[in-house]
Design a protein around this ligand. Structure first.
Ligand SMILES: Cc1cc2nc3c(=O)[nH]c(=O)nc-3n(C[C@H](O)[C@H](O)[C@H](O)COP(=O)(O)OP(=O)(O)OC[C@H]3O[C@@H](n4cnc5c(N)ncnc54)[C@H](O)[C@@H]3O)c2cc1C
Ligand code: SF4
Ligand code: SF4
Length: 401
């Protein structure tokens, strides 16, 4: 007689290393399978029905993790993790192995369906370099030395945004433009748990602030009452800090001089685009592809990199600054400027070598989306079909937080 099929499940887990504890998954889950304590966000295996509603809204991808297990990890186990367990070898008989195959197929199919319904799975540009991810974690962080920390915004402005340079000495820390790193604030929170790392976009190009330096730059905004941003903004030169990552495998720059790149940002969302611009300037200064930056701020004094950006030639970077709080002037947001450049935007969107990147405050995507739809409509293009096609071919990327 055949041995009975062994019970196996594919357990849905959250990666505590890159989860930013934003609560989106808990708000989204229709059956209340997501819960949290002071340490981690976790999924209850007894409740989760693999509906996949939470996958696309998660801003970091940390919710898209799965392990085949014969005994599900309990909530208490998950609350105690600082990193995900590796997939263990699951010892099962032939019936169990077939059950695992069926589970893998089932979850892949459900994920595929969920991603299609929500505009497709994010994909890296085909020409992007191969990113290194998760080289360092909270258990084994890299140590970086602060070699620069200066204010980018006007001293009179109440917005303190800083350019911070981190040097990795002789530790390898390979990054690509568009990736993020994690910063670990020392100490523990009120509940005695280690602080979870916060993510910051790399603001320099892959070869560092100066060519071939083993360092990188961040653009950090001081947040009222914020733990990590204040820690970073107050760091003196010479301070040593713990870093995790690198993270991010899709919001990457196309490594193709013919690619047109439309970059849209507010505030510190400019960080990855500084990296993109530096990469173009150094590696492909005569690139045929257009590089366009739509950059929104309340006032010029609050726009990080305002001075240095003025010096970047128009041939390398087309710049559209949009200010929403300049006294006696109309409020202009990034979507307004996209509309006033609708002709050029529609021409670029019709080109299969154009990539769109949106980075900055959560919520900015919808206004930009409507402006793209208007620009397309005026040129008889269908944005509702073009956008998912661009996303699926690795040419439409959003990173908001
Ligand atoms: C992919 C990605 C890239 C990012 N890149 C950048 C970047 O390049 N630059 C950048 O500046 N940021 C970036 N961020 C945001 C960054 O990770 C942090 O979220 C940000 O710096 C705030 O972190 P914090 O530790 O200072 O604030 P937190 O301590 O996490 O607090 C956040 C907010 O909650 C409030 N708060 C905290 N505790 C409580 C409480 N108990 N009760 C009520 N309110 C509370 C704080 O006052 C604050 O307003 C990025 C985020 C992501 C996901
Ligand atoms: S980052 Fe993702 S997994 Fe973490 S709380 Fe937010 S939505 Fe949930
Ligand atoms: S897959 Fe569905 S049931 Fe499971 S945690 Fe996500 S939203 Fe909830």
């Amino acid at each position: 007689m055949d041995a009975p099929v062994q019970e196996v499940i594919k357990q849905h887990l959250i990666d505590p290393e890159i989860c930013i504890r934003c609560n989106t998954c808990e708000e989204t889950c229709p059956v209340d399978a997501v819960t949290h304590d002071g340490n981690n966000y976790v999924v209850d295996a007894g409740i989760c029905n693999h509906c996949m509603d939470c996958i696309s809204p998660c801003p970091t991808g940390s919710i898209d993790n799965w392990r085949v297990v014969t005994r599900p990890y309990s909530l208490q186990e998950q609350f105690s993790w600082s990193e995900l367990p590796t997939q263990e070898d699951v010892a099962v008989n032939a019936g169990g192995a077939a059950a695992i195959d069926a589970l893998e197929d089932d979850v892949s199919r459900l994920l595929e369906e969920a991603r299609k319904g929500l505009g497709g799975k994010p994909v890296a540009p085909h020409s992007a370099g191969k990113p290194t991810v998760n080289l360092y974690n909270r258990g084994k962080p890299a140590t970086a030395t602060v070699t620069g920390n200066f204010r980018l915004t006007d001293a009179a402005s109440d917005s303190d945004i800083r350019h911070i340079i981190l040097d990795f000495g002789n530790q390898p820390f390979p990054v690509l433009e568009g990736q993020s790193i994690g910063i670990v604030v020392p100490g523990v929170d009120a509940g005695g748990n280690a602080h979870h790392p916060r993510l910051y976009s790399v603001a320099s190009s892959r070869d560092g602030e100066k060519r071939n330096a083993n360092n990188l730059a961040l653009t950090v905004k001081r947040v009222d009452g914020g733990l990590c941003s204040n820690y970073l903004c107050d760091l003196p030169r010479g301070a040593k800090i713990q870093v995790t990552g690198p993270f991010g495998a899709t919001f990457l720059m196309p490594d193709d001089p013919a690619a047109n790149i439309i970059m849209i940002c507010t505030g510190t969302g400019s960080a990855p685009f500084r990296g993109f611009t530096e990469r173009r300037r150094r590696a492909m200064p005569d690139a045929a592809g257009r590089l366009l930056l739509f950059f929104g701020a309340r006032r010029p004094e609050e726009l990080p990199y305002f001075g240095p950006l003025q010096k970047v030639p128009e041939k390398l970077l087309g710049k559209f600054f949009c200010y929403s709080r300049v006294p006696n002037e109309p409020r202009v947001y990034v979507q307004d400027r996209i509309r006033s450049e609708a002709g050029e935007i529609a021409k670029l969107l019709a080109d299969s070598n154009t990539h769109v990147y949106i980075c900055g405050l959560r919520g900015m995507e919808s206004g930009v989306d409507e402006a793209f739809a208007d620009a397309c409509r005026a040129a008889s293009l269908d944005w509702s079909a073009l956008k998912p096609a661009m996303r699926e071919s690795g040419r439409y990327h959003v990173e908001t937080y």
